[in-house]
Design a protein around this ligand. Structure first.
Ligand code: XUL
Length: 525
């Protein structure tokens, strides 16, 4: 069998991507958008609940229902799921799922006659799951850093300073504000381990790649750090699902999926990882120094490293690579497609006219700059959203389109410096990567060629490749990561955009102005 399924549970949708390693092709790529299918039932907007004061949650029961719908859709499209040898997946990082003591029997006794939603409604000790967009835990971040002996201690121990969206501060807030519900929580998992557990029909641990996004994992030992757990909440070691060894199957698929969708009984399930660690694999970043950019709900810039190089300024995060060998550096911007969509909607553009606006405006925007914090921002840290314009008329719709993209590209250059990587080429993925005008701006700002990938679902592809690597190396232990990823990670032929000398010169000067504008305004906030 040579077919492998990668599932990506992201902020706004769930995607299934099926590869065939024999024909070296992606044979299916299907997404279920949460708003489209579940807004009426769950009340989500862009896949989430904005609860105010920076708190942003989603609905784990909705994710289970979406998993059913995804597999049903793949089956209805004629894909024979019995041919899949192994499955793994990726989850939006940092989100936490809180389960009560009924989860184990609920998964064990599950019947394929009824959907997951009807059988799993009772397993949660908290109905909603805080996700990566949640910025409400500034106090908890400070408390955790202080408790372990300071920011530098936490950085050395876990690879990261405390971030509001990371799981540890989120768990601490729950422990402090809802102590009874915390005490009634038997297990705490991440989005990734939750979906993996549904598929395996038993509790599955957390992959180190995703464990590193918690402020609780010892980054070099790749194990929960007792010191960090103590700083986070009482009795946490008993509740947290364990760190799973990377790249090893943890069982076969639950009888539920065999009965309902025709999976083979021996289809293997691997621990899921985070979406960014999976994207690292899905973009073929398996050698130190390679850099990629993902333009999604969040924009993320990431690189493969051989050592866990850390960011003291809190600009970036470090995760273990799911290849079990390397690390990834990541800078994450909350205002990715959120900001692009905000500008598009404000000026009543569609994506075609948005692109046209980029095409007919000039690099450097005649000096017009924007700080595009339509939502709170992670990098630089901005708690209360605002938009600042410099030499930019708010009424000039086209110039505002250019300004938001140039701002994102400038920021991706400024806040990549801590990675210490000389960016000599940039691989771009995510929905907005299909837009050559956006890529042109990145090529000119970074002064390097930009390449586009065929799939915009690099996280799901990375997951499918992880499943393939695990399954096939159990048959042939000489299989390398290079051999696994190479056939699927060639950039699209002819997609390369080279920098334009004149635009590069304009941006070289403007980036300093942007940096000043950013520094002045974010320090003040
Ligand atoms: C990374 C981050 C986001 C989420 C959602 O640190 O917060 O990229 O993983 O995609």
């Amino acid at each position: 069998m040579s077919k492998y399924l990668g599932i990506d549970l992201s902020t706004q949708s769930i995607t299934g991507l099926l590869i065939d390693t024999e024909s070296q092709t992606i044979i299916a790529e299907e997404s279920i958008n949460f708003d489209e299918h579940f807004k009426a039932t769950y009340g989500v907007e862009n896949g989430v609940f904005d609860l105010g004061d920076g708190a942003v949650h989603s609905a784990p029961l909705m994710w289970a229902e979406a998993l059913d719908l995804l597999l049903q859709t793949l089956m209805d499209l004629g894909h024979d799921l019995s041919q899949i040898a192994a499955i793994t997946g990726s989850g939006q990082q940092h989100g936490t799922v809180y389960l009560n003591d009924t989860i184990v029997s609920a998964l064990h006794n599950i019947s394929s006659a009824q959907p997951l939603k009807e059988q799993l409604a009772g397993i949660f000790s908290r109905e909603t799951a805080p996700i990566w967009m949640d910025t409400s835990t500034t106090a908890q971040c400070a408390e955790i850093e202080a408790s372990v002996g300071g920011r530098d201690k936490l950085l050395a121990l876990t690879g990261n300073t405390a971030f509001e969206r990371f799981s540890g501060p989120q768990i601490r807030k729950f422990y402090q504000t809802e102590p009874d519900a915390y005490n009634n929580t038997t297990y705490i998992g991440l989005v990734s381990s939750y979906i993996a557990s549904l598929l395996a029909g038993k509790l599955i641990g957390v992959d180190p790649g995703d464990g590193s996004g918690t402020n609780m994992m010892d980054i070099t030992a790749r194990a929960w750090s007792p010191v960090a757990l103590d700083a986070t909440a009482a009795n946490l070691a008993d509740k947290l699902l364990p760190i799973a060894p990377p790249g090893q199957a943890v069982g076969t698929i639950s009888h539920y999926f065999v009965g309902r969708y025709g999976f083979a009984k021996d289809c293997q399930v691997l621990p899921f990882s985070g979406d960014n660690p999976c994207s690292l694999i899905g973009l073929g970043l398996i050698n130190p120094g390679q850099v990629a950019l993902s333009l999604g709900t969040s924009d993320t810039l990431f690189a493969c490293m051989d050592q866990p190089r850390t960011s003291k300024t809190g600009e970036g995060a470090v995760f273990a690579s799911p290849d079990g060998l390397h690390y990834m550096a990541l800078t994450c911007y909350l205002n990715g497609s959120l900001a692009r969509e905000a500008v598009r909607n404000t000026y009543h553009f569609d994506w075609n006219s948005f692109t046209e606006a980029l095409r007919i405006t000039v690099p450097g925007n005649n000096g017009g700059l924007m700080l595009p914090y339509f939502a709170p921002e992670i990098v630089p840290k901005v708690s209360t959203p605002y938009v600042i314009r410099q030499n930019l008329n708010e009424a000039d719709a086209k110039a505002n389109v250019r300004a938001v993209i140039e701002a994102q590209a400038f920021s991706s250059s400024i806040h990549a410096r801590w990675m210490g990587v000389d960016i000599s080429s940039l691989y771009v993925t995510g929905g907005a990567a299909a837009n050559a005008e956006i890529l042109r701006i990145y090529a000119d700002v970074h002064n390097c060629p930009v390449h586009r990938f065929e799939t915009t679902n690099s996280a799901a592809l990375g997951a499918a490749l992880r499943a393939a690597h695990c399954h096939q190396s159990s048959l042939d232990n000489t299989l390398s990561w290079q051999e696994t990823v190479a056939p699927f990670t060639e950039p699209v032929a002819g997609s390369t955009i080279k920098p334009d000398k004149e635009a590069v010169a304009v941006y070289r000067q403007m980036i300093g102005e942007y940096e000043t504008l950013e520094r002045v305004n974010t320090v003040a906030n």
